[in-house]
Design a protein around this ligand. Structure first.
Ligand code: HEM
Ligand SMILES: [Cu+2]
Length: 603
């Protein structure tokens, strides 16, 4: 801890304030990352349970019954417990793994380092943000152990299943805990996003103009804005639903609803209102999961291709366009809810418009790779893999965005295939690319590249083998959230497809153990990494690995150029750090170095 740092002078640091209740953004980032990893293991385990049931519906799983006595009967999974597992898997993966790892983990670790600040704008609030996350986890996982068990209503929690405590076993206390857990986590997200936005806008180092910011920072900034504008809507909706369940209000439950033989005492609410409120968050949320990876991948591609990112202003502009559009497309999740066809047309138009900025980004990534001297590091392979997954999943998004097709494949495995490619797997690849790339900065050691390559190929192939056949199962009519294909005549022929998918999923799951092993082994035994092992230009690589408390020893860095001066003709090395004054190296041929993104023929 060599500190000349003004941010919080003269403080003592015990183990408790240094590693547990730390206000250092780097520690908080790592806390978020490791907690997310723990939740990824839980969520991944639930995915394996799902695939066990769908692939081998008649097999008996003795150990699983031992683990979840209430969820199994005669060593076979109970239908309502299956629904609970699907619900918890989706909820955990989206909110407790991807959102927390990307914004909480990478956002915290990278923002101050990449913009040249000592810490976040509000370090105490940052600590509070992290420390709301474990209680949210405890409340969520508690639902497995209360009477009725975990919620059955899916990660989307549609009423009336989520509103009437007697609708299904998990609609009782389990659903209440789900809502409380989400409400706690949303407060954590709001603390975080306020911090990220303020820090990026206010604490940039001298010379770090907006258009000299690394694309990772742009991705995290847009994400934080989306979170700040959309999560309060889910927060409000969750509180309203809690009132419906506990306080006798009727926001979401219609009048005259009959369950069994009883008329439910509710007056005049609308289940559709929940769908609108949920998806007003839900769609931006999937961009919350994909914008940071878009930034991370851009950065990893440029660094390991030793080339400037192609079309930097268009990369920023397309992120802005995607962010804006994400607020006006939510109706594409509700095409079959009885909406007027004209409204459906409007939502279709906005939805398909997203293809334009997405294609701009894809072409720019490919152009960055074009004729590059690519270094095939593990980080680079995951970044390239991201492009593949994003395109594969994005293409089916164009199908689903058209009501005529969506009405047919809605709520089938076609949708499950779509979102596992474009959101789940792509975002995961962003996390992997970022982890292999920044691990040396976080811990001063490399991850093992050999294991990394194995991890990449098994994961990449595993994902295609697992999720691609789901398209066909969906077109053949296999409904999502269905507990067994054996129950319906028209699905009998799909048994072998599901066996295939399950075996692939087990391989995919096992491959992640390689990653976990690599991660922890490298922490203690990894080869030592220097300050700037990849020859990268951005500020975090200009300080030691790991960076000291306060990030930069001595004065804060000063920024003189954009972040992508790779292979500048005439320069002594194939990269020029952002801190190097423009006059210190020959003027680049493509002009513009130091003036933000170059236009001109170099691009
Ligand atoms: C090993 C990797 C994974 C496998 C094998 C897997 C498998 C599955 C399966 C079979 C379903 C049930 C689909 C249904 O019946 O509707 C499902 C649902 C879901 N998965 Fe995954 N998944 C994996 C990873 C992920 C990840 C990383 C995410 C992160 C976003 C994710 C998000 C979801 C969501 C949101 C649902 C919907 C839950 C619901 O219907 O409420 N999955 N997954
Ligand atoms: Cu959407």
């Amino acid at each position: 801890m060599t500190v000349t740092h003004e941010a919080h002078p003269g403080h003592r640091q015990s183990f408790l304030t240094r590693y547990i209740f730390s206000q250092d953004h780097k520690i908080i980032g790592l806390q978020y990352l490791f907690t997310s990893l723990f939740m990824a293991v839980v969520g991944g385990f639930l995915a394996m349970l799902i695939r066990m049931q769908l692939g081998f519906p008649t097999a008996k799983f003795y150990w699983a019954q031992w683990l979840f006595p209430g969820g199994f009967a005669n060593n076979q999974i109970k239908p309502d417990f299956y629904l609970a597992v699907v619900t918890m898997h989706g909820t955990i993966m989206i909110f407790f793994v991807l959102t927390t790892a990307l914004s909480g983990g990478f956002g915290n670790f990278l923002i101050p380092l990449q913009i040249g600040a000592r810490d976040m704008a509000f370090p105490f609030m940052n600590m509070l943000s992290y420390w709301l996350y474990p209680p949210a986890i405890v409340v969520l996982l508690l639902s497995f152990f209360v009477s009725g068990g975990a919620p059955n209503a899916g990660w989307t929690s549609y009423p009336p299943l989520s509103a009437l405590p007697n609708a299904a076993p998990g609609s009782g206390l389990g659903q209440t805990l789900w809502l409380i857990s989400l409400a706690i986590l949303i407060v954590a997200f709001l603390f975080g996003s306020l911090n990220y936005i303020t820090t990026i806008l206010q604490l940039r180092a001298r010379g770090m103009s907006l258009l000299r910011m690394p694309l990772t920072i742009w991705g995290l900034l847009f994400t934080a804005i989306l979170m700040l504008l959309s999560f309060p809507v889910l927060f409000a909706a969750a509180i309203m639903l809690l009132f419906d369940r506990l306080g006798g209000t009727s926001f979401f439950v219609p009048a005259g609803l009959v369950v069994g033989n009883t008329v439910i005492q509710h007056a005049g609410g609308s289940p559709l209102l929940w769908q609108h409120l949920f998806w007003f968050l839900g769609h931006p949320e999937v961009y919350v999961l994909i914008l940071p990876p878009m930034g991370i991948v851009s950065e990893v591609l440029a660094t390991h291709a030793r080339k400037p990112i192609f079309g930097y202003p268009f990369m920023v502009g397309s992120m802005a366009a995607i962010s804006f559009l994400s607020f006006v497309v939510w109706g594409h999740h509700m095409f079959v809810s009885g909406m007027h066809p004209l409204v459906g047309m409007a939502f279709m138009t906005t939805t398909l418009a997203i293809a334009i900025p997405s294609a701009v980004k894809t072409f720019n990534w490919l152009a960055t790779l074009w004729r590059a001297r690519i270094r095939f590091t593990t980080a680079m392979m995951f970044a390239i893999g991201f492009i593949s997954l994003f395109v594969t999943g994005g293409l089916t998004g164009i199908f689903l965005g058209s009501p005529a097709i969506d009405i047919y494949v809605h709520d089938t495995y076609f949708v499950v295939a779509h979102f596992h490619f474009v959101m789940a797997s792509a975002a995961l690849f962003g996390i992997f690319a970022g982890t292999y790339h920044w691990f040396p900065k976080m811990f001063g050691r490399f991850m093992n590249e050999r294991l990394g390559k194995w991890h990449f190929w098994l994961t990449f192939i595993g994902i295609y083998l697992t999720f691609f056949p789901m398209h066909f199962a969906g077109i053949a009519g296999m409904m999502r959230r269905i507990f067994s294909t054996g129950l319906y005549a028209h699905l009998q022929g799909l048994a072998w497809v599901n066996i295939f998918i399950s075996l692939a999923a087990f391989m995919l799951g096992a491959a992640q153990l390689l990653f976990i092993w690599n991660l922890f082994a490298s922490l203690v035994r990894g080869q030592r990494a220097p300050a700037n092992p990849w020859g990268a230009t951005t500020l975090e690589w200009q300080t030691s690995s790991p960076p000291p408390h306060g990030n930069f020893p001595g004065a804060l860095p000063e920024v003189h150029r954009w972040p992508y001066d790779y292979s500048v003709p005439g320069a002594p090395e194939d990269f020029i750090p952002q801190t190097v004054p423009v006059t210190a190296v020959p003027a680049p041929v493509h002009g513009g170095s130091g003036e933000g993104p170059p236009g001109g023929k170099g691009q």
